[in-house]
Design a protein around this ligand. Structure first.
Ligand code: ZN
Length: 374
């Protein structure tokens, strides 16, 4: 296979072309399909929302397409079956339950079915989404599977957090890295999905850090409005204590919502509605919910960071360049005290650390708002 040359124009015929900005990964996958030398395991890793799942789908399709040697034609019977989810030799596994775990039983089931020959194709494809959510038992069992792999089966592991997989699993899989998308790519994908102004698409794309999943979250939640409301009130000279009280109520509501989603409205009557024999303990669920709340607060801090960074750059460069919040350009102050702003950015980064150390959130944000107001 030819090495990928940076900047070289890539023409991807047919269906791999749907995956944008992942030229290196796609070249690698096309090479595998073309040569037919199938590794037992492939590890697709990289940020969320950049095309890993779609690439796995297109790879499985290309393996089974008889029309094009290194891609899928999208029109033959096999391609259509894969697209409609009724191709028998593609198995998909994803985390289930309130804890979003992949359990050992699921891996065992897959192994059992992998003992038989594929029904319609030469290669069976097993796609394990969020593979890092395999618990310890599942990972150990899966490792044994990789050590004595069933013939005619390729496992594709998708993960944003490869470090949560056993090193021995990682080393037995061929690594396929997926990078962030270009801002322009995210913006044009957003524009196709929703009726947003070009400026809003550009802003959400810039704030997404190259992840379509994050861009969609920004579009679908009130996260950004909540953060910008705080920014405006502090800029208008409102008492940071009052602002932090309002925001504290918001944090509480967020905690309540996430906890209810994880634990169920009535607390931990999970075992009744769950058909899993080993229902997680209350503490485990609480820890899981707390982790999700922390993630949410970190997303807020990223938005605070982006805004104050925009103010800083705008003031330092004397114009709107490189800013994240392109749709709010007219709200940027012309000049700010750059030293003070450096302190603000530092305070945001400190708050991030404190959140991850699981310190009291209301207090972290109250202290932060006092710095931001100064
Ligand atoms: Zn085809």
């Amino acid at each position: 296979m030819r090495p990928a040359v940076h900047g070289e124009p890539v023409t991807l015929p047919m269906s791999f072309k749907q995956i944008q900005d992942q030229d290196v990964a796609i070249r690698l996958l096309r090479g595998i399909v073309l040569q037919g030398r199938m590794p037992n395991g492939l590890l697709f890793w990289g940020p969320g929302g950049v095309g890993k799942r779609m690439a796995a789908h297109e790879f499985a399709k290309a393996l089974n397409c008889g029309e094009i040697p290194d891609d899928a034609c999208d029109v033959c019977l096999s391609c259509r079956k894969v697209d409609h989810g009724n191709f028998p030799d593609i198995l998909r596994i994803s985390p289930t339950g309130k804890m979003r775990i992949i359990k050992v039983d699921v891996i065992k089931e897959v192994n059992e079915s992998a003992a038989y020959r594929p029904f319609e194709s030469n290669v069976r494809v097993v796609i394990i989404e969020d593979a890092d959510r395999m618990n310890e038992a599942a990972q150990n069992h899966f490792l044994k599977t990789l050590e004595e792999p069933p013939s005619n089966t390729v496992f594709i592991l998708l993960t944003e957090r490869p470090r949560f997989l056993l090193p021995t699993i990682r080393s037995r899989c061929q690594s396929v890295r997926f990078g962030s998308l270009r801002t322009e790519t995210v913006a044009s994908m957003l524009a196709r999905r929703a009726e947003l102004s070009g400026e809003t698409c550009d802003s959400l794309a810039a704030l997404s850090g190259g992840s379509m999943a994050r861009a969609l979250q920004l579009m679908e939640t009130n996260r950004r409005e909540t953060v910008m409301d705080v920014v405006r009130r502090l800029a208008a000279g409102e008492n940071p204590l009052l602002v932090s009280e309002g925001y504290g109520a918001y944090i509480q509501a967020t905690e309540k919502r996430i906890t209810a989603e994880v634990m169920g409205e009535k607390g931990v009557q999970v075992s009744e509605e769950s058909d899993e024999e080993d229902s997680p303990e209350k503490e485990e669920l609480e820890a899981h919910a707390a982790g999700l709340v922390r993630q949410e607060m970190v997303e807020h801090l990223k938005l605070f960071d982006a805004w104050y960074r925009d103010e800083f750059v705008h003031s330092a460069s004397g114009g709107p360049r490189f800013n994240f919040n392109r749709d709010l350009e007219n709200q940027l102050p012309v000049r700010v005290d750059l030293d003070k702003h450096a302190e603000k950015l530092q305070a945001i980064s400190d708050a991030w650390k404190y959140i991850e150390r699981n310190m009291k959130k209301q207090r972290i944000f109250r202290d932060l708002f006092f710095v931001l107001a100064s």
